[in-house]
Design a protein around this ligand. Structure first.
Ligand code: SF4
Length: 306
């Protein structure tokens, strides 16, 4: 714990494309997870486990959150369980959700890998959340083992059944994320199996993502065209949430070749958060490919000529 009494269980608020302005809660030690996904941005799992326990003290998480809520200015869209491990491994997550609901009107979201939803206690713990975002990257055992490298006790059939059961019991919003890893879960057979599972689960939304470097292992992202094709197969309620990762960098220059644009216009045109557009623009400005100029009282970005 730091001198200020902030143990780092609460982080943000962070801008999130899916959740708006989100205040994060990290309730497991670093890389304590049921999976060791090849695409994990946090690196390799150091503690692959299915054991539920009070990994960090519930009361400290809640008192830290209370302090944040007293100090934060501006609206928060969600208080989100996410962070450096699998939050449903925390045995008191249900009590924490209930306590937050009593503390504030801000909706509570849980980002989970969905692997423990076959357990009745885990499902009942999440029932009072407002939004649950499980992931499901594979629907066959070989792809599950390849992409998620799960704890040995986990089987994909049971994981899918758990997600289905929770979906039926839960009255809140339910968005399913699928991470596409090129060459691992994007084949015809794999996508077909995922489609079958998704139609049984029937989520409110399907959010398709692809990997971003650096990942735990050297894996490749699916390209924009492939992601579009996969999205079409998943139908109306599927969306791609990975546009940054599949071409924003490449898309900025052609966009600016047409005319100079402000940061807001660029993020609107590319459907990415302003901060993400800013990151790539900064790189392009540093490389001397893009210039920033003030025009009509507003900062614009233009391709450098000559
Ligand atoms: S489930 Fe999440 S935290 Fe766990 S290994 Fe996969 S990406 Fe990383």
């Amino acid at each position: 714990m730091s001198d200020s009494g902030n143990a780092g269980y609460v982080f943000g608020p962070v801008p999130s494309r899916r959740l708006g302005r989100s205040l994060g809660l990290d309730i497991t030690p670093y890389k304590t997870c049921t999976f060791d996904c090849v695409y994990c941005q946090l690196g390799r799992t150091t503690n692959r486990t299915v054991q539920r326990k009070e990994y960090v003290p519930k009361d400290l998480v809640l008192s830290e959150l209370r302090g944040f809520l007293d100090e934060i200015e501006g609206d928060i869209d969600y208080i989100t369980f996410a962070g450096s491990g699998e939050p449903t491994l925390h045995s008191r997550i249900g009590e924490m959700i209930d306590a937050i609901k009593a503390m504030t009107d801000i909706p509570v979201a849980v980002i989970t890998n969905g692997s423990l939803l076959f357990r009745e206690d885990v499902r009942s713990d999440l029932l009072n959340a407002d939004l649950v975002l499980p992931s499901l990257d594979a629907a066959t055992e070989p792809a599950f083992r390849a992409v998620n490298q799960p704890h040995e006790s986990l089987e994909i059939k049971r994981v899918i059944q758990g997600i289905e059961m929770f979906r039926k019991e839960f009255n809140g919003k339910f968005w399913l994320e699928i991470m596409i890893v090129k060459g691992m879960n994007d084949g015809i057979y794999e996508i077909k199996a995922l489609l079958d599972a998704v139609s049984r689960i029937d989520p409110d939304r399907v959010q398709l993502n692809t990997v971003v470097r650096p990942s735990a292992e050297d894996v490749e992202a699916a390209g924009r065209d492939e992601m579009m094709r996969i999205r079409e197969r998943f139908g109306e309620n599927a969306e791609i949430i990975a546009d940054v990762r599949i071409g924003v960098r490449a898309d900025i220059l052609p966009l600016l070749q047409r005319r100079p644009l402000t940061m807001d216009e660029i993020s609107d045109a590319l459907q990415v958060h302003r901060n993400e557009a800013a990151k790539y623009l900064r790189e392009l400005v540093e490389r001397g490919e893009v210039a920033s100029v003030v025009h009509g009282g507003k900062r614009h970005f233009a391709v450098k000529t000559g």
